[in-house]
Ligand binder design. Sequence first.
Ligand code: GLV
Ligand code: MN
Ligand code: MN
Length: 422
Amino acid sequence: MSAAGNLGIDAERLWDSIMETAQIGATAKGGICRLTLTDLDRAVRQWFVAACEALGCRVVVDDLGNIFARRPGRDESLPPIAIGSHLDTQPTGGKFDGVIGVLAGLEVLRSLHDAGYETQAPIEVINWSNEEGSRFAPAMLASGVFAGAFTRDYAYGRADREGKTFGEELQRIGFRGAEPCGAHPLSAFIELHIEQGPILEAEGKTIGIVTGVQGMRWYEATVTGAESHAGSTPMKLRRDALLGAARMVAAVQAVALAHAPDAVATVGLIESRPNSRNVIPGSVFFTIDLRHPDDAVVASMEAAMETALHGIADADGLDLALSRIWDSPAVHFDANCIAAVREAATALGCASGDIVSGAGHDAAYVSRVAPTAMVFVPCEKGLSHNELERAEKADVAAGANVVLRAVLALDQQLAERAARGA
Ligand code: GLV
Ligand code: MN
Ligand code: MN
């Protein structure tokens, strides 16, 4: 890989793009609130499309709002090698989660453009819609449709907590494209992301070679009791849905502890009704997130959680409606793509190590339909889904250079295959 071996990304330009787009939805604490399919999401999408078009890329949007920016290759009949992630954020998100994966892809295209480097396959940068799942559950919704895990209509019908649907909001922001989601074969997909955990930093590593993603399941629970007067209802006659839900939250934690050391479980969203200080809560809605690298353990956690929550409901005289709304099994990435990432990290002299992702990523679904791998870079104290999320400029640049090199190595494989007439 002679000419390709000398190519490198422009670290300052990449950093400037991260900081520039971080102004779209910037929060006072230095983070970003850019929920999917909001006006702010539209604004960052428009920024991204304009930046890609300025490079001469052809931009295609599919009917889930996924954006594909294409730099042509020598052989336009080859499916593109793609780089990407997501530009939506959590309500109190940081500047790096998702964003660096898309903007590193843009930076790779800019670097190839500046060098006049011709690839065998087209190279694409992808922005996936609704990775976070914060506004419309579940997470990774549009890459899930792309991979055939969900139907388009299922995605369109997902509603936020105000009752607005994904389909309506996609149409409203003007990013419902014509291409049917999934009708877009890829030769390979590489996603750069911050680790979102503490391992790389603790081990002094710059690059995580991501071998897979742990299994995760999401649930929604509604506990129903009886609203009544806070002053006149004796304690023993109450059916307090919030008290029951509180016991359930503690039970969810106990499930994770019983499956230590690798299990995690979280209740992240809770709504109590009528939410009035002198009314005993009659109804509580909450969400549950269970994760473990082994699907069998996730199943065991689910069984233990169901038993515990129904037991609490029965003991407290409450009704419980509990449903699993998402199952994302553990993922193992493609050996050839992992090897390309590993070789790139080694060639660039980066301290690196293998790692399994604790967070969900679009790459998890894309891996069902294209050879896929991920590159992690450290984030300070492992903090993520937090406005104070921080990554070092040099680490982000190293990650983008690993992506560039891995993509060019995969492209070289396609060129060699063509030369052999295979
Ligand atoms: C996605 O951000 C997830 O891991 O929940
Ligand atoms: Mn992310
Ligand atoms: Mn996230």
